[in-house]
Design a binder for this molecule. Sequence first.
Ligand SMILES: [Zn+2]
Length: 105
Amino acid sequence: MKILGYDYTVSYLPGVKEGGADASGFCTVEKQTLKVSRDQVQQCMESTILHEIIEVLNRHLSLGLEHPVIERLEAGLYTVFRDNGVDMSFLLKDLENYTGGENIT
Ligand SMILES: [Zn+2]
């Protein structure tokens, strides 16, 4: 996935840790990686990737957004896109090792 021209590797993992705690996703700007927990349904994975994209933009563009603001932007943008017919599954197309739908319950 390209973000601001940078190539990010998006991985789909059985468990993601951030600071030792379970997380739905995690990004490392220095390594250009996004990691997404596979222990969630498809909509949550899509929303998680959107969240990590906002995190990357926050870092690269020095936006200075506090984490609660990033969470609100994630929820707001995700629902606006979804409720207006945008197929958010495009966010999953770059997931390594993702076969699609296996965690939809
Ligand atoms: Zn975050």
